[in-house]
Write a protein that binds this ligand. Structure first.
Ligand SMILES: Cc1ncc(COP(=O)(O)O)c(C=O)c1O
Length: 341
């Protein structure tokens, strides 16, 4: 049986057009800075996000970790939301790789209020770790693809600048936020000292993220990328996939958002949508099961032809993507009704 795979938007395979671009890509040694297409990809993303420079990183996790390492010193403190990817799904990386402690705050649907951050700020006193960095996530994965309101980011950034704190954005799905809100990518990136954008999620490339910031920051990140073993050689074919994704797969995210909304409506009818429909902003749908039976449900869905992601014992996640079409949407709705109806 071929399953409909809604576990994540990372499950997509390169399209024919993308494969052709990868196949015909010219390559050079990127550790020597000689991969033409990689240089083009890095500068294209930097320009798109209004920053001086960009650096290709093998994964979103490594990109966030390099940002933390490049912005902080061991013993510093980093503020984030308690549902942030950086806090939950990066293997405790900040403690080992940067020697920093995270200070997670209880955000509302992944969104932190300025007042919470002000309260969490450590006094300048030798008893305390020094608050150095604030990281936000847009869209917010664990909150269900929520778009961070720009006005709230700007308030935080204004405070951060006054306090000489740095700001990093985990923008794994920033383009989903851009398409859902109509806000320019550079406007979303402006309040941040660094932004990490994933090419291998909604944008459909097989590998990679691009980290952007000012030239000094990217120089430091480049050094740490090498130190962490992330310097790569003939990466032109990956760059070609990334460039193809930027050209062809941004506008179409609106289709993923539409299909996610359709799934969310069905889930709402079935009484399992975690939040109100209005919180399905982009391509992620969260289902809530207070009975705590998500592993059994996962197996039932699989049996019926649908792969889902278990977030915890009470929560299941569906993510729409490039390889999920209208016909599969109809089938997925039928499977949801069959299993849960
Ligand atoms: C918000 C967010 N940040 C970072 C990552 C990490 O990306 P990767 O799987 O490429 O390490 C993910 C992965 O799903 C994510 O959802």
């Amino acid at each position: 049986m071929t399953h409909i795979d809604l576990r994540s938007d990372t499950v997509t395979r390169p399209t024919d057009g993308m494969r052709k671009a990868m196949h015909t890509a010219d390559v050079g040694d990127d550790v020597y800075g000689e991969d033409r297409l990689m240089n083009e990809l890095q500068s294209t993303v930097a320009e798109m996000l209004g920053k001086e420079a960009g650096l290709f990183i093998p994964s979103g996790t490594m990109s966030n970790q390099l940002a933390i390492r490049s912005h902080t010193q061991p013993g510093d403190e980093v503020i984030c939301d308690y549902n942030a990817h950086i806090f939950n799904y990066e293997g405790g990386g900040p403690a080992l790789l940067s020697g920093v402690q995270l200070h997670p705050l209880p955000g509302d649907h992944g969104i932190l209020e300025l007042a919470q951050i002000v309260k969490a700020m450590r006094p300048v006193d030798h008893h305390y770790a020094q608050t150095r960095l604030i990281t936000l996530e847009n869209t917010h994965n664990r909150a269900g693809g929520v778009v961070y309101p720009l006005s709230m980011i700007e308030l935080v950034a204004e405070y951060a600048r006054k306090q000489k704190l740095l700001m990093h954005l985990d923008g794994a799905r920033l383009m989903n936020a851009v398409i859902a809100s109509g806000i320019d990518p550079a406007a979303y990136a402006e309040p941040f000292d660094s932004v990490s954008l994933c090419l291998s999620k909604g944008l459909g490339a097989p590998v990679g993220s691009v980290l952007v910031g000012d030239t000094d920051f990217i120089d430091r990140a480049h050094r740490f990328r090498k130190m962490f073993g992330g310097g790569m050689r003939q990466v032109g074919s990956l760059a070609a996939a990334g460039l193809y994704a930027l050209e062809n797969h941004i506008e179409r995210l609106t289709e993923d958002h539409h299909r996610a909304k359709e799934l969310a409506k069905t889930c709402q009818e079935l009484g399992v949508l975690e939040y109100d429909l209005a919180w399905t902003h982009t391509n992620i749908v969260l289902l809530a099961f207070p009975a705590g039976n998500t592993s059994e449900l996962e197996a039932e869905f699989k049996q019926a032809g649908l792969l889902v992601s278990v977030v915890n014992d009470q929560r299941i996640r569906l993510v729409t993507h490039l390889d999920f079409n209208d016909q599969q949407l109809d089938s997925a709705k039928e499977i949801l009704k069959k299993v849960l109806g």
